[in-house]
Design a protein around this ligand. Structure first.
Ligand SMILES: [Zn+2]
Length: 62
């Protein structure tokens, strides 16, 4: 429990990931949280891809 990371499903492929990237797949489209694989695929294949930040599982701040 102590080292438990809150993995969340990728919005694109549903794979659980502890690090996700906030990306936009089309102009004006909703921002989604994508796993590293999807983020990389979008970056390479989607000319409308926009990067909006990185989400990480919360760790204890102390
Ligand atoms: Zn994914």
């Amino acid at each position: 429990m102590a080292s438990y990371l809150r993995a969340r499903p990728c919005d694109l492929c549903q794979a659980l990931a502890t690090v996700r990237y906030r990306i936009q797949c089309a102009p004006g489209a909703a921002w989604v949280l994508a796993c590293p694989q999807c983020q990389q695929a979008q970056r390479e294949q989607n000319p409308n891809y926009r990067y909006g930040g990185t989400w990480k599982a919360r760790l204890k701040k102390s």
